[in-house]
Structure formats: C-alpha cells, structure tokens
Design a protein around this ligand. Structure first.
Ligand code: SF4
Ligand code: SF4
Length: 368
C-alpha cells in the first residue's frame, strides 16, 4: 500500500476486525494491551477503534504524551524564569496551558511576561540572535522524537557562538517507563510501541521488555489499518506464548532506528533520573544536558532546582497514565476540567487521554 487512503480502507478494516476476532478466540483469558503513545491514543478515539475490539482484548492508554507527563514542578521552574527580568521563554504551544502549582505560562503571558510560541528549537536560537540583550530559554519537552532537534539547536548555538540561548530540559525516554509499568499494578500483556519514538531508537529499545519480562511488543503506525494489524500481531504472540519485538511500521521504522539522531542525542544529552507526572521518579528515564554543553543548560545558568509539587488530589491523571483508570472515572471530567480550563495534564495536550475522550468519546461510544 502506498497511499494514506489505502490505510483507511473500510473493507480491509472489516476484514482485519474479523481476523482479530479469530485470533482472539485462541486466547485463554482477557488480555490488556497498552498503547503508550499519545498520537495512537488520539487515532484510536478518532477512528472509533476501541468498540471494534473483541471482548477478550482490552486496550488502555499509557504515558505517551510528553506534555501530559511533564510535572508541575517543571512548569513552576519555567514560570520562575518567565518572571525573571530580561528572560524570553520560547516553547511549543502545547506547553502554554499546562498547569503548574499556582498558574500556567498562558496566564503569565496574559500578565505581561515574554512567553513566545515557536515552531522549532532553531526558531528559539534565531530569537536569541535577534535579541542579544535578553536571555532566551527554550522549554525542552519531548521524547526521543523531539530531543534530537533540541540537541541540533544547542550544537548550532555553540557553532555560531550564541551565548544568550539555553534549554530548560525535561526530555524523557520511552523504554524505561514501559519497564516500570510492566512491574506495576496493572498486568500488561502487550505493548503497542510508539511509532515516532521507534523511528529514532529502532527495535532494540524494547528488547528487554520482551526478553526479560516476557511482554510482547509491536511497533505500529498511526493509520487505522496499522493499528488493527498491530493488535492482531500482539494477540497472535500472546495466543502462541511468544514474546518478541515485531515491527508493523517497517515502511518508516528501521530495525536499527535513526543512527544519526542517536549519535547527536548521545553527544548532547546523558541519561538522568526523571520525574513523570503521575508516575513519579523513574531512574534513567530522562535526558539531561551533558556537562560538555552546560553553558546551554538553563538549570545551571539560572541555578534552578525542580520543586516537588503535589498534584490536585481530585485529578486522576496519575492513575490514567498507568492504565488503572479511565477519564470517565474522574469526577472532574467535563465539569471542573475541560480543554479550555484543564485541571490535570491529560486534558491539556490535544493527545492526552482525557482530551481525546472529551473530544471523541461520545462518537467513539456511539460506534459501539
Ligand atoms: S500533544 Fe504534543 S507533546 Fe503530546 S504527544 Fe502530541 S505532539 Fe507530542
Ligand atoms: S478529567 Fe481532568 S482532572 Fe480528571 S483525570 Fe483527566 S485531566 Fe485529571
């Protein structure tokens, strides 16, 4: 298949749903599969896929949106910087509404702080070049997918001698939280692995999950037929008692990943412990700026440390990100918490689980 339409073909989808039913009949029990990527979550809701799955196949959403898992303490640090005279904050737009402990960047911008939305980290370097009397800080949030472009911006700033550009880094990597979830309360029988992240890290990153924990993994694309095929491949592995890493998205993801991007990540960043909103601290799950590039590290330049902030206890984001609860279980859903006025991070990002349920949930259930 070459064109997007072919990955949305209704007749093929019906055939795959029938194939999935046949595979699921071989299961001896109900299984729980997790899609860890926010883009998958959104696609599943948008295409109304969940109701098509057989009773024995349960799909839960995981922590695959970097905005959703960015802790309030990080937002508080960004706000401290936004309030520092002479500092311009540059960020992707999806960080603006994420609630910190007291306020958000969008509210700070309304109060007159210089918070600017950019479309790439390189735009932030350009802002620094055109504002030499200011300090320009880019909010580095994202998984292995986004981190290489941030690394490239740091390398450009170094090469061009830009001294007023720094990154407040909160980059995270995917395999470690998947491993932490595997050891958690929810028994996860298989993972739909993130597509964009896999394009960078390749298949290797998930091998421990399969080989050490016996959890099957399938890298899957975002089109409905990709996802149906990915679920069939997972169910087939479980039914046959196998646990390996398979790649449904081979038209984009190479087994070895993107070697160039891996090299730039290894140069500019180093693995660090990181706090995930909802999941807490996870060893080696973050990417901190390497000491070699510390003059581009906003934490060091502005002598910041991340405060430990308590989330709103009524918000169930933590449980949702672990796959233990669903948005409709939360008493604040669609009342106190909406995309316009989010209480928790899962409602902020367009790909957060609560936002997906808010936007597509009724349509998705109506298809059932
Ligand atoms: S909403 Fe933004 S940050 Fe979250 S997964 Fe999508 S692109 Fe990434
Ligand atoms: S509905 Fe809002 S408050 Fe409830 S879990 Fe989702 S994001 Fe948190």
């Amino acid at each position: 298949m070459k064109y997007i339409d072919e990955f949305r073909d209704g007749a093929l989808a019906r055939k795959l749903v029938a194939d999935l039913e046949i595979e699921a009949e071989r299961l001896s029990r109900r299984v729980t599969l997790m899609e860890v990527c926010g883009t998958h979550t959104m696609a599943i809701y948008r295409h109304g896929l969940k109701p098509l799955f057989p009773e024995k196949v349960r799909l839960v959403s995981g922590p695959g949106c970097p905005v959703c898992v960015t802790p309030a303490g990080y937002v508080d640090m960004a706000i401290t910087l936004a309030r520092t005279p002479g500092v311009i904050i540059t960020t992707f737009g999806d960080m603006l509404k994420v609630p910190g402990s007291q306020t958000s960047l969008v509210k700070e911008r309304g109060a007159g702080r210089d918070v600017r939305v950019v479309y790439s980290p390189m735009d932030a370097v350009e802002t620094a070049k055109s504002s030499p009397d200011k300090e320009v800080v880019f909010l580095g949030v994202g998984f292995e997918t986004t981190a290489p472009s941030v690394a490239a911006a740091i390398l450009t700033a170094k090469r061009e001698g830009v001294k007023n550009f720094t990154v407040l880094a909160s980059h995270k990597v995917m395999p470690e939280p998947m491993e932490a979830l595997t050891k958690g309360e929810l028994k996860i029988d298989g993972y739909i692995c993130p597509a964009h992240v896999s394009a960078i890290i390749g298949e290797r990153g998930y091998r421990r999950l399969a080989e050490v924990y016996g959890v099957p993994c399938v890298i899957t694309g975002f089109e409905p037929l990709d996802m149906l095929r990915g679920v069939i491949m997972l169910v087939r592995q479980i039914a046959e008692g196998r646990a390996v890493v398979e790649n449904e998205y081979f038209r984009v993801v190479k087994p070895e990943g993107n070697v160039k991007a891996q090299a730039i990540l290894a140069d500019v960043f180093e693995k660090s412990n990181a706090v995930w909103r909802g999941l807490g601290p996870i060893p080696d799950s973050g990417l901190a700026i390497s000491p070699r590039y510390e003059s581009y590290d906003a934490m060091k330049k502005f002598k910041l440390s991340e405060p430990d902030v308590r989330e709103n206890p009524a918000c169930l984001c933590g449980e949702i990100l672990k796959g233990l609860k669903e948005p409709l279980d939360c008493g604040l859903f669609a009342t106190a918490c909406t995309p316009e006025n989010p209480v928790g991070a899962c409602m902020v990002s367009s790909e957060g689980t609560c936002a997906a349920e808010f936007r597509y949930g009724e349509r998705s259930r109506a298809n059932a």
